[in-house]
Ligand binder design. Sequence first.
Ligand code: AMP
Ligand code: SF4
Length: 474
Amino acid sequence: MFGELRGLNEECGVFGIWGNENPAQLSYYGLHALQHRGQEGAGIVVKDGKQFRAVKGEGLVNDVFSEGKLEGLKGQAAIAHARYTTAGGGGIENVQPLLFRSSTGSLSIAHNGNLVNANHLKQHLERQGSIFNSTSDTEVLAHLIKKSTHPTFLSKVKNALTLLKGAFSILMLSEEGLIVARDQHGLRPLALGKLGDSWVVASETCAFDLIGAEFVRSVEPGELIVINDSGVKSDRFVEPDKRAMCAMEYVYLARPDSEIGGINVHMARKRMGKTLAKECAHIEADVVTGVPDSSISAAIGFAEESGIPYELGLIKNRYVGRTFIQPTQELRERGVKMKLSPVRQVVQGKRVVMVDDSIVRGTTSRRIVKMLKEAGAAEVHVVISSPPMTDPCYYGIDTSSSEELIASSHSVEEIRDAIGADTVTFLSVEGMVESIARQHEGPERGLCLACFTGKYPTEIFPDTILPHEKELIR
Ligand code: AMP
Ligand code: SF4
């Protein structure tokens, strides 16, 4: 169907802790809980007085911090990062947290999200003599802080943050403390928690559960929090703009046991499944099955609402690597087959509703429909618990071109034909918003829906630096 395609990029996970005797060990556990957000690389930077030490590597958390690697990492605070390439490509120099040492003190940065004006800022900084060490957009922030002419470190940070556009949930470890910032739309999640007398910050609350920390609150859009031995101080670097939390976090990205913006992800997915069942009440079927793992919650909701029994129609082989990030279409197709198997006894002769959370290129759905039919399913009705993904994401789920998205060029009927299903139904945009954020006010209920609607909450590629911004960088 499609030729050679670049892998879609997933998210990253960040974790930070201040005021603890075991910051490296706890960060390691935190990263484990956030591993689903990035598998390409991981790193922990520990602060011990004025000393900063980093352990980083490519691969899974377990491999990077194998036996003994954390033993020497003593200190009182740490930040950590699980990476999936969002901007700048792979390579060890891009594995975060980034660590900068200078005569004025060390600074480490971990970032989740994607800056839409990073290239532009970078060109501007390079013209002024900055030399970049990585291709990561995160490094831009360090240069902006260093170049700022503001008097104190915190005012430099604040000034630099006002220049960033796009999605960022950022943790910085400095001699001043653990600094936490979230972009003015709150595109990526970030939560604050407490573990005894220590403060913790993480992309998702599932990291708190693992280490026994308690969730305190979400970091607010546009908020700057400084955590140090004097306590927690909240400030703003910018006024919050229209809230635009990524809807795909609820659809696919986040772990079902996480709470994002006060909404449990599993419950939101279940509601999406229920709403979807209401929207396709015309479908007659014998069993409902979900594509493991991310679609199980929606499939349960669909079955509950429709009254069609939920069955284990597909089994996941947990010991096969991820299919989605395979570099070529051929490898991805084989990957799907190795990863999932149909349960013949469940589907044979049955009209099957197959629930998946999203269709990106259509590879997964097409393979599964074929698999279910080969296992004897009489009919396969594909129901998707999100709307057609028509537009690329520039905020960290780097669907970098529309060609990657089947729904950008195919109607629902053409998608049905391409994946060989008997019917295909997508959840409506309104149905998704209502299911995720029913308790929230306002027409868009504070969600980014850009990949489904093409309406982006920020400029996409600002190609100018405004005069007042130039002043700030000078
Ligand atoms: P595709 O096979 O290209 O249509 O991709 C759809 C499948 O990928 C679905 O089963 C989703 O669960 C999963 N998926 C959706 N978004 C992402 C993402 N950003 N990264 C990795 N997998 C994803
Ligand atoms: Fe999330 Fe889509 Fe918005 Fe990207 S465009 S932040 S994937 S909702």
